[in-house]
Design a protein around this ligand. Structure first.
Ligand SMILES: [Zn+2]
Ligand SMILES: [Zn+2]
Length: 219
């Protein structure tokens, strides 16, 4: 369930509807997304394979506010939580409709410590993460670009061969088209999406394919 991606980055693959979780082991332990609440036990077990306890995690970087990505947030009591400002409000107000928590039957309310607006850089040695605001799947979806290793953590904006849906609250297919087009300008070697497999080559071809499919569906 845990796979080593690079020497200091690991992936927890979700066995179900929950999101993948990426574990960045630097000076501090950072998680990108936390999967769905029903994966709490498996996530804990996965982290323990890496000798990490939930208390060791100091930062949670969320790609967006959906329940399948934020579900285990409350497990990490010592963590600072980062999310784009346009999605953060839904969490803080406990908006069960926007977060889809009504579907997963969980109540997820917590404070977001840092509201992102896009274009910020987060430096956590040895990682340098650039925030890219990519609305479309939700209003406050972001990708995290690790500039040194050239990795793109894309949440539900872009998958291998597909992209996130736009028919949920805050979804917008035109914005998603723009956001995915913008990702073509980023030089990344690995795509680490919120669901499914990691894409290790042909990034531009994947983006072209996804854009073509999206245009055929909506334009
Ligand atoms: Zn998702
Ligand atoms: Zn989502």
């Amino acid at each position: 369930m845990i796979e080593s991606i690079t020497k200091n980055i690991f992936a927890f693959y979700s066995p179900n509807l929950g999101s993948n979780v990426y574990i960045l082991c630097g000076k501090e332990i950072v998680l990108i997304d936390t999967s769905i609440n029903t994966n709490e036990k498996q996530l804990k077990e996965g982290l323990s394979e890496l000798h990490i306890s939930p208390e060791d995690v100091s930062i949670l970087l969320f790609t967006h506010a959906h329940a399948d990505h934020i579900g285990c947030a409350n497990l990490f009591r010592n963590s600072q939580k980062f999310m784009h400002e346009k999605d953060a409000e839904a969490i803080e107000l406990g908006d069960l409709h926007y977060t889809l928590a009504n579907i997963t039957g969980q109540e997820i309310i917590f404070n977001i410590d840092k509201h992102l607006s896009g274009n910020e850089n987060i430096n956590i040695e040895p990682f340098s993460l650039k925030i890219i605001h990519t609305p479309g799947h939700t209003k406050g979806s972001v990708c995290y670009y690790e500039q040194k290793q050239k990795l793109l953590f894309s949440g539900d904006t872009l998958f291998a061969g597909n992209c996130g849906r736009t028919d949920l609250p805050g979804g917008d297919e035109k914005k998603l088209l723009n956001s995915i087009s913008m990702l073509k300008n980023i030089d990344f070697k690995l795509l680490l999406p919120g669901h499914g497999v990691i894409l290790k080559s042909d990034q531009k071809a994947n983006i072209d394919f996804v854009l073509k499919t999206l245009k055929a569906k909506y334009l």
